[in-house]
Design a protein. Sequence first.
Length: 426
Amino acid sequence: MTTIEDHPLRYALANELHARPFPTLDAPCGAVYLAIKRPEGAAARDKDADRQHLTQLLDRFGATHPQPGATHWFGDLGKHKLKWEQHTEFVTYTLFVDQVEERPFNGQIFSHLPTDWLAKAPGVRITSALIRVEEMQDETEIVSRLTDWFVPESLAVSRVLDGSAVIAGDFRIDAAGHMRFAAFTTPDCGARRIGRIVQRLCEIETYKTMSMLGLARSRDLGPRMGALDNELTGLMSSMTGKMAQPEETLDSLLAISAELENMLAQSSFRFGATGAYEAIVNQRIDVLREERYTGRQTFAEFMMRRFDPAMRTVKSTERRLQTMAERAIRAGDLLRTRVDVERSAQNQSLLESMNKRADLQLRLQKTVEGLSVVAISYYAVNLVLYMAGPLGDAANLSKLVMTAIATPLVILGVWWMVRRVRKSME
C-alpha cells in the first residue's frame, strides 16, 4: 500500500474529540465539583501552574501524572475517581464517590480534597457544587426530599432523557459555600447516562456562573457610560449653534471617543466570552430533553426568568457602548468638517484680502511707473538738448523749439523702454 505523509496535527486533532469522556457512575453516588479561576487575566495565566497544582494532589495519593501540556486528566485518586479539565479561563476538578452521605449535602465529601492543598490553588473559587445521585423512589418521597433539600421559591426540577431521571437544583449557595444538585435515576438508567447527567449539571452551573461575569462588568461600566453619554449629548447639542471655540469641543469629543474605545477594548473579551458561555448553557439544557415534573419550573424556565434577563443586559450594554463610540466618531467627523469649512471661509476671506492688496500694489506700481517715465523723460530731454544744441544752432532753431520737438520723442522712447522691461520681467 502506498504510504502518504500525515499532517503533524492529524492524530492530535482526532484524539481531541475523544479526550474528555463522560464518567460512568452507578446510583447511589455523589460528586464534588470545583471550578477555580484567577480574578484577573485568567485567559493569559500560566497554565503550567494549573498542572503543577494537580500534580501536588496526585502525588499525595500516588496517582499517575498527566502528560506534559495536557488539558485534561481522569483517573483514580485513592478509592475515588478524579476528573480534571483545563479551560480557557478556569480549571475544574470533579471528584466522584461511590456512596452518598447519610445526611444529604452536609459537605463531608468535600473534605476528600485536602484543605491545605485547596489553600494553594492558583486562583479563587468561581463555583463549587455537591451532587447527590439516588435511585428513584416513589413520587411522594422525591417531592418530600426536594422540599427538605432546596429553597422552593427558586427550585428547578424536571424529568430528563426520556424520563430516565429527575434532576433538581435551586442555584443557591448553601452555608458551606456550595451549590446543591440532586438526580434521581430509574433502575434501568445506565452508568454512562448517569455520568452524562452529572457532567451536564456541572457544566450548566459553571458556564452559568462564568456568563454572569459579563453582568458584573456591565454594572461596573454603567455609571461611567451614563456620564459619558451626557457629556456626548451636551457636546453634540452645542454643535447645532455657534461655538466660541470649536477646537476645544473637538478635543473633548476626541477624548470621549478615546475613552469609549478603551472601554470597548477592555470589555470585548468578557462580552464575547459571555455570549459563548450563554450558548453552552442553553445547549446543555436542550440536550437533557426536559419534561415538566409535578408542575415545577424546569431548568430552561429558570434560566428564562433569572438568567436570560442578565444576558440581555450584557448584550444591551455592549450595543450601547458600541453605539456611543460610533456617535462620538460621527460627531468628531462632523465637527472636523465644520471646522474645515470655517477655516476654508477664513482662508477665502484672507485670499480676497490679499487679492485686494495685490491689486492696490499693482495700481500703485503702475502709478509709480508713470511718474518714473515723467522723471526719466525730464532728465533725458535735458541730455538730448545738450547733445542736439549745436545742430539747433546750425539750423537756426531756438532752444524752446528744440525742447518742443525733443520732449514728445523722448517721452515716447522712455515709455516704450519701460514697457519692454516690464514685459521681459513678467
